[in-house]
Design a protein around this ligand. Structure first.
Ligand code: DON
Length: 335
């Protein structure tokens, strides 16, 4: 009985029951769920920082933050919320969104592809195994090719467009973390090889060096967990920013971006994530993860230790916990 009551309070706290949708959020209850998630996993030492980008190995492994932004514009935070870290692969979602707005959803399907690779994020084998070569904008190959699609006569113009786009999602200008950018630029041989391979197959749409550099810069953008949740909240709200009110994307394109996140956002473990958590999500090797409950809220969590697929261990657990308490799952039956 106690358990049922508790669940009802949590559901209504996040406004997920259709019957309580009109009620205001119970701020204290949402704060409590975030605090519980943080307390439950803050001592989890599983996983390890990414180290193939040397600067990422230097980041304090104990950092842990959670943020949730609702589609009616409320912001909830917990933990090391002021720490800036590199956005890494989460950037791929927002550059995909820009490319889709500029070129249309069909161009993304034709020129990049929208199938899951089922393979690690930096897999060369995925390019060789698939006849279409690049098959997904959220793995490194397709993400670099997506950067090459962005409008602009020069690399600088493209970069300005991408960074202005991110700023609208975050409602703040975001800078590049120079130490991460330098470290990643100095250890980028694998990505260079992937980009050259795609180019040789006619699946890269511009100069390799320029677009690889823009991709590396976008991965090195510094964000707080709150910035990430604010960025993700646009995807939870059908393309309109719940805080600024800016209309950034069509609802159709949001739907497609969420579909790609569902199939590939956590790379080769995306299927397990959909099966257990059921929210479109995207991870980055900096330790961040975003997850979206369409129409309701976006969560971001950050902690640097990663599992074998490159997904933050604590961030996955925290999001899983919050989604479970909120009964948020896009595959759930709605009454
Ligand atoms: O290109 C890379 O390898 C990194 N800048 C980004 C990879 C990444 O974040 C994978 N995500 N979990």
């Amino acid at each position: 009985m106690k358990k049922i009551l508790y669940s009802l309070i949590l559901i209504s706290a996040l406004g997920l029951q259709t019957k309580v949708d009109a009620r205001p959020y119970d701020t204290a209850k949402v704060e409590q769920i975030l605090a519980q998630a943080h307390a439950l996993y803050k001592d989890d030492k599983n996983g390890a920082n990414a180290d193939y980008i040397p600067a990422l190995a230097e980041v304090d492994s104990e950092l842990f933050a959670i943020a949730l932004v609702t589609t009616d514009g409320k912001i909830f935070t917990q933990g090391d919320i002021d720490t800036r870290f590199s956005i890494q692969s989460i950037s791929k979602v927002f550059t995909l969104a820009l490319a889709m707005e500029q070129k249309g959803a069909e161009a993304i399907r034709d020129k990049i592809g929208v199938n899951a690779t089922g393979l690690p994020f930096n897999s060369v084998a995925a390019i060789e195994l698939n006849e279409a070569r690049s098959v997904n904008p959220l793995v490194n190959a397709g993400a670099m090719a997506t950067v090459s699609l962005i409008n602009g006569d020069t690399g600088e113009q493209k970069w300005q467009a991408i960074s202005a786009w991110y700023a609208q999602f975050a409602t703040a200008k975001l800078g590049v973390l120079e130490d991460i950018y330098r470290s990643e630029s100095g250890s980028n041989g694998h990505n260079l090889a992937i980009a050259e391979l795609l180019k040789s197959y006619g699946r890269f749409y511009g100069d390799v060096d320029i677009n690889l550099d823009i991709y590396t810069r976008q991965c090195s953008v510094g964000v707080t967990t709150k910035d990430l949740a604010l960025m993700a909240s646009v995807l939870a709200n059908g393309g309109t920013h719940p805080i600024s009110g800016a209309h950034l994307m069509s609802a159709d394109n949001v739907q497609r971006v969420l579909a790609v996140m569902t199939t590939a956002g956590l790379y080769e473990t995306s299927g397990e994530w959909a099966y257990t958590v059921g929210l479109p999500a995207k991870s980055g090797v900096g330790g961040g993860i975003i997850a979206i409950m369409p129409g309701k809220f976006a969560i971001a969590a950050f902690s640097p230790r990663l599992d074998g697929a490159g997904n933050s261990v604590r961030a996955q657990k925290a999001i899983d916990y919050i989604a479970d308490k909120a009964k948020a799952n896009i595959f759930a039956h709605l009454d």
